[in-house]
Design a protein around this ligand. Sequence first.
Ligand SMILES: *[C@@H]1O[C@H](CO)[C@@H](O)[C@H](O)[C@H]1NC(C)=O
Ligand SMILES: *[C@@H]1O[C@H](CO)[C@@H](O)[C@H](O)[C@H]1NC(C)=O
Ligand SMILES: *[C@@H]1O[C@H](CO)[C@@H](O)[C@H](O)[C@H]1NC(C)=O
Ligand SMILES: *[C@@H]1O[C@H](CO)[C@@H](O)[C@H](O)[C@H]1NC(C)=O
Ligand SMILES: *[C@@H]1O[C@H](CO)[C@@H](O)[C@H](O)[C@H]1NC(C)=O
Length: 431
Amino acid sequence: MRKSIKRALVALSICIPLLFLSLLLSGTVDYKSQILSFFPQLNNVTACRTASPPLRVYMYDLPPRFNAGLLDASFPENTSVTAANYPAWRWNDGLRRQHSVEYWMMASLLHEGNDESGLTRDAVRVSDPDSADVFFVPFFSSFSLNVYVHNMKESNTVDEKLQLEIVNILRASDYWKRSGGRDHVIPLHHPNAFRQYRHEVNASIFIVSDFGRIMNISRLAKDVVAPYLHMVESYDTEDDKDPYESRHTLLFFRGRTKRKDEGKIRAQLQKMLKGTKDVIYEEAYASQEGFKASAEQMRLSKFCLHPAGDTPSSCRLFDAIVSHCVPVIVSDRIELPFENELDYKEFSIFFSDNEALQPGYMVSELRKFPKDKWVKMWSRLRNISHHFEFQYPPKKDDAVNMIWRQVKQKVPAVNLAVHRSRRLKIPDWWR
Ligand SMILES: *[C@@H]1O[C@H](CO)[C@@H](O)[C@H](O)[C@H]1NC(C)=O
Ligand SMILES: *[C@@H]1O[C@H](CO)[C@@H](O)[C@H](O)[C@H]1NC(C)=O
Ligand SMILES: *[C@@H]1O[C@H](CO)[C@@H](O)[C@H](O)[C@H]1NC(C)=O
Ligand SMILES: *[C@@H]1O[C@H](CO)[C@@H](O)[C@H](O)[C@H]1NC(C)=O
Ligand SMILES: *[C@@H]1O[C@H](CO)[C@@H](O)[C@H](O)[C@H]1NC(C)=O
């Protein structure tokens, strides 16, 4: 705690005089350029924003069967997971990849980059739990579900046993007891991840894809919405020669059309959009070839439709973003990643379920959408798509760093809750 205050003070003591100086000098150009030639770094006041100290994260040293061992069955059980022995990511099939946020978060903490200054990292691993802001629980709850559970009716699965083991490990930890788990970060990205025991850890900061199935134990104020990993390849090579004209499909959707709950809208939309000129609405199951075909179509479409499925969100939205296809979101209860930093209205269009189901309304709105407004959205998509890239080593402002930044913003509320809980003499009446 003290260390981070000190760092913040150091950062402030540098930034404030720099800001004043640059304001002072902004009128007197000659002076400015002379002084700047001696202090080139003065030219870059914006650098101060990123200089705020990174989040300090203590990562539990769990046996590899909770993380690396799930990826690689031959991973030696008695070995600590390090940057050197961490298995490289190699699954590109649908579910494992889409929900692998947990893998990339752990990787970012294992990474031993030399940028401890925090200029590009939003979180660093600390070995002393007493100096940590938060505690990361590297249990790959989504991967465990995908590996061990094939049918939701199975009981007594290895996945369920791992969940229970985690709950017991946490309950025995002094750091858990100290905060009731409020300062612990647990990835729960798949809607069924940690299914049997997640309510036991309900005070922790969850990393989720949406709140569809965990409404009763999850809250926007406490938890972090993280993007899915996109399945189509990013369109980094797109040139800016009239993208509006070269994308001749107006609206594109490809995916399952028979879904439960709010996803019923998919079948209704299919019926309504059938045979509409310049609109592609295809029934398809997730497959490697399917993602390739989607990538090609998204790159040729102006708008990409994102209707709710079994849950309010899906990886399709992120596929659209990295393809620079303006998302058209029809999902009344969707929650979006990084929304305090990003205004999705700058690069997406929203229709309520009711609006989308009025015959002809949505397509006619899209047809008359002004070209210059579309180009602005497209350009914004190109500018923000790096926030949705997961990679190792992590890069400045990429998805993992954005997620850690979100976690960092939860810390003040966590501290407030922990401090209050320590002095309360009666059960908390605000919960
Ligand atoms: C300012 O800082 C940013 C981020 O650190 C860097 O990318 C940019 O090149 C710097 N600009 C100048 C003029 O030094
Ligand atoms: C792992 O360590 C435990 C206790 O430290 C030991 O009993 C066990 O034999 C070890 N297993 C392997 C595979 O080395
Ligand atoms: C939250 O967790 C506490 C402690 O494990 C438990 O007693 C409580 O029932 C949980 N609440 C919900 C809504 O699951
Ligand atoms: C939360 O809701 C799920 C179903 O949506 C239910 O199975 C579970 O028991 C609920 N948990 C609590 C603590 O109410
Ligand atoms: C995208 O970034 C470029 C270069 O930084 C900038 O000139 C442009 O205004 C940005 N466009 C939007 C829509 O944010």
